[in-house]
Design a protein around this ligand. Structure first.
Ligand code: SF4
Ligand code: ZN
Length: 737
């Protein structure tokens, strides 16, 4: 690193450590050294310090210990050496900066100053990023929907440039974090967040634009998120800093775009980020910092042309971004999925109880349809569309292909929602005959026509289902009588399909499928997906993975021949064991699909729900991601999740997809749903009728009422009281252990 920069970075590091020390002394004076602190909804204490040193900062006194480490990282004798273990040489002044910033932000939380608020607009920044959000986004990170993260620090020369840069990143599905400030071209100190607010750009997780806070220090929240990926998904041990840093460099595709002049704190924070393998591209005349050691890309680079800065950053970080955009006059991509269209902003709508509407994918013979054609059938279509308001709508999508199968119809149909929703100014909800769509005034002004709905489906069906779709043709019906007549036909087909899926059992097939998508984050994890057990993220069932394999035979879903049944009750097959031996990086030798007690399935980190044993109740509990309350296992979801992920087998604990709970194979060997002694109200409601049906099958029709939830028990004692009072069947069942 250039000498001048290095000294600026080290200068700032000292200043930040000192600032943290002063703030900490003040806080200790006010609250006492035993005052307890945790960031909202995380199991990883102060994540950066924890990942690098394994030291869990829980109190103000612990913060003091962590700060004494930073003195050592700055090659100084700490006043009191509070930390004995050796700190690796990779933990230098850049990392000292990140530690100090983490403590400063923690103290700001204690003082009620985080998440920060913008005094001008009242806008509340995101602040610390919770474990829940991290897990929610887990799959998007691995399936390519979110190929990387950009931290934009500072302000663009003007608002239009800010919008342009952000739109470019959004169109590439790159998650954007905003922090810090700098001068714009008029010399006013501002930030990209403020510039976007002035331009009414929708901010938030849904739109991939997440303002973290107004200062450079707030960039640390993005780094805290990055470092938790190796803890949550990578199964890296706290304190194994070399492994963490390697994981960051290899698997977390992050980079920074620094707009405006750099001050000492920016250089210093940058030094910490570089340490993690994240390069920065600046729009000012900075010295280019070349790669050292194992890195192959520039650490700091410059690009004065704001039209090129996004492309340049992507190249520097070596990101692979493939975007397929239909030929339509608005922006397109998952970052535009989150927009809502309010009534005032709406030009026209279809369905949603306001008019009859449905969507239907049909298989046709190749000669029956014309590829990429859009047919619109109705009276006075153009005049009616121009008037806006409400319109009936049947979207019939005919697909033909040599490898097309009837089973794939539902899978293509499920993507229709995303096809439409990803267009800026188009909104879509529901599916089949409960669909609801809106087109915004702005999108109409931009030139969106009815035909574009068909164009979008045509393009995206080809893109998403390359090898099974040879031809697609879309017909839109907009006269009520046509829509109603066709809807009856479609409903018959929906019913047949549902019966077919419900009839599929693990015994009725000889092939299961693997899902290896999460291996990019959790290298030893394999989801084994059978007809009666879906992937733990809830996003892939057996039919999906089978179709995915047909679509991309070398992709993340591979067939597993079951082979000889070694244990039918516990769900163990020779073929599955063999597959796992060679595909789980040595982590799994043998798997039982139907029990939690013995060689259960591993978890990556993106499970919808956790199953955990409650030994004293002779049963298990279920808690879904996002539940923040205590559970009778004595741990919150976030803590439980910390013990489940990372691709290792953990008897007694398991991550699952919610729909697995009502499968006949759910803990089949352990006694099935009768083992459930506690589950959240939210899950009870979500499972609804399906659970009732299963409970009747099991001969306990009122099982749901015998299962405790957070309203009656959040600890083991209350739970036991409730179960005894309710006469829960688990109390009479064979011991689980
Ligand atoms: Fe990841 Fe399993 Fe979901 Fe595949 S099915 S994306 S491996 S959690
Ligand atoms: Zn996963």
């Amino acid at each position: 690193m250039s000498k001048i920069i290095a000294s600026a970075a080290i200068r700032a590091s000292h200043a930040l450590v000192q600032k943290a020390e002063e703030m900490l002394e003040k806080a200790i004076g006010e609250k006492g050294k035993d005052f307890v602190f945790e960031f909202p909804d995380t199991a990883f204490y102060l994540p950066m310090i924890y990942a690098m040193t394994a030291f869990p900062v829980k109190t103000l006194a612990d913060m003091k210990v962590a700060l004494s480490m930073t003195r050592e990282m700055l090659h100084e004798e700490p006043e009191e050496k509070l930390w004995k273990p050796y700190l690796g040489e990779a933990l230098d002044s850049g990392m000292a900066t990140l530690f100090a910033e983490e403590i400063i932000l923690a103290l700001r939380y204690i003082n009620g100053l985080e998440p920060a608020t913008d005094p001008e607009t009242g806008y509340v920044y995101n602040g610390f990023i919770t474990d829940t959000i991290q897990r929610n986004l887990g799959i998007a990170l691995v399936d390519g929907r979110m190929p990387g993260f950009a931290a934009i620090i500072g302000a663009a020369p003007d608002e239009d440039i800010a919008v342009k840069i952000v739109r470019e990143l959004q169109e590439r599905n790159i998650l954007i974090f905003l922090s810090g400030q700098s001068k714009d071209k008029n010399g006013e100190v501002t930030s990209v967040t403020k510039q976007l607010l002035r331009k009414n750009v929708a901010l938030g997780w849904e739109t991939y634009i997440v303002p973290l806070g107004p200062d450079t220090e707030h960039t640390l929240y993005a780094l805290d998120w990055a470092i938790r990926a190796s803890l949550i998904f990578g199964g890296k041990k706290p304190g194994d800093y070399k492994e963490h840093l390697k994981y960051q460099k290899d698997r977390v595709f992050a980079f920074a775009i620094v707009l405006g002049e750099l001050d000492d704190v920016k250089w210093s924070t940058g030094a910490g980020a570089i340490n993690m393998g994240f390069p920065a591209v600046c729009d000012t005349d900075v010295p280019v910092i070349h790669p050292t050691g194992v890195c192959t890309y520039e650490h700091v680079d410059k690009e004065f042309d704001h039209n090129k800065i996004v492309q340049k950053s992507i190249e520097v970080r070596g990101l692979k971004v493939t975007v397929e955009k239909p030929p339509i006059p608005v922006s397109y991509g998952p970052a535009f999925e989150g927009e809502r269209i309010r009534k005032e902003d709406m030009f026209i709508e279809f369905g949603g109880q306001r008019s009859p509407a449905f969507e239907w994918v049909r298989t046709k013979e190749l000669h029956e349809i014309e590829d990429n054609k859009v047919i619109i059938i109705g009276t006075d279509v153009e005049e009616r569309y121009k008037k806006g308001g409400v319109m009936p709508m049947a979207v019939v999508i005919d697909v033909a292909g040599r490898k097309m199968q009837k089973d794939f119809e539902a899978i293509i149909e499920r993507k229709l929602h995303h096809n439409i929703n990803e267009a800026q100014g188009l909104w879509h909800m529901g599916q089949r005959d409960i669909v609801w769509m809106r087109i915004s005034n702005q999108a109409y002004k931009d030139g969106i026509t009815l035909e574009h709905l068909g164009v979008i489906h045509n393009t995206m069906a080809h893109h998403r289902f390359k090898s099974i779709v040879d031809k697609v043709q879309v017909t839109l019906y907009v006269d009520e009588k046509d829509v109603l007549a066709l809807q009856d036909e479609a409903r018959k087909v929906y019913k047949e399909r549902d019966h077919r899926l419900a009839g599929l059992t693990d015994e009725s097939v000889d092939t299961f499928y693997s899902c290896l998508l999460c291996q990019s984050f959790a290298p030893s994890h394999v989801c084994v997906i059978s007809p009666e057990r879906l992937g733990l993220c809830g996003a892939y069932n057996w039919l999906d993975t089978r179709a995915a394999f047909e679509i991309d035979p070398t992709g993340g879903n591979q067939p597993i021949m079951k082979g000889e049944a070694l244990d039918a009750t516990r769900g163990r097959w020779a073929g599955v064991d063999n597959y796992l031996k060679s595909n789980s990086a040595g982590a799994v030798e043998s798997l039982n699909l139907y029990t939690i007690m013995d060689n259960p399935m591993t978890s990556c980190g993106c499970f919808e729900c956790i199953v955990a044993i409650i030994p004293e109740a002779n049963g298990i509990m279920l808690v879904q991601r996002g539940h923040t309350g205590m559970t009778p296992a004595g741990m919150k979801f976030s803590t439980l999740a910390g013990t489940v992920g990372g691709g290792a087998q953990n008897p007694g604990f398991m991550g699952i997809g919610v729909n697995f709970i009502t499968s006949r194979k759910f803990l089949f060997a352990d006694g099935g749903i009768k083992r459930i002694v506690w589950m959240t109200k939210n899950l009870k409601e979500r499972l609804g009728e399906d659970f009732k049906k299963r409970a009747e099958e099991e001969g306990v029709p009122d099982l749901i009422d015998k299962i405790a939830d957070e309203t009656v028990a959040e600890d083991s004692e209350k739970l036991m009281e409730f179960l005894a009072g309710a006469g829960h069947p688990a109390l009479e069942m064979d011991p689980m252990f």
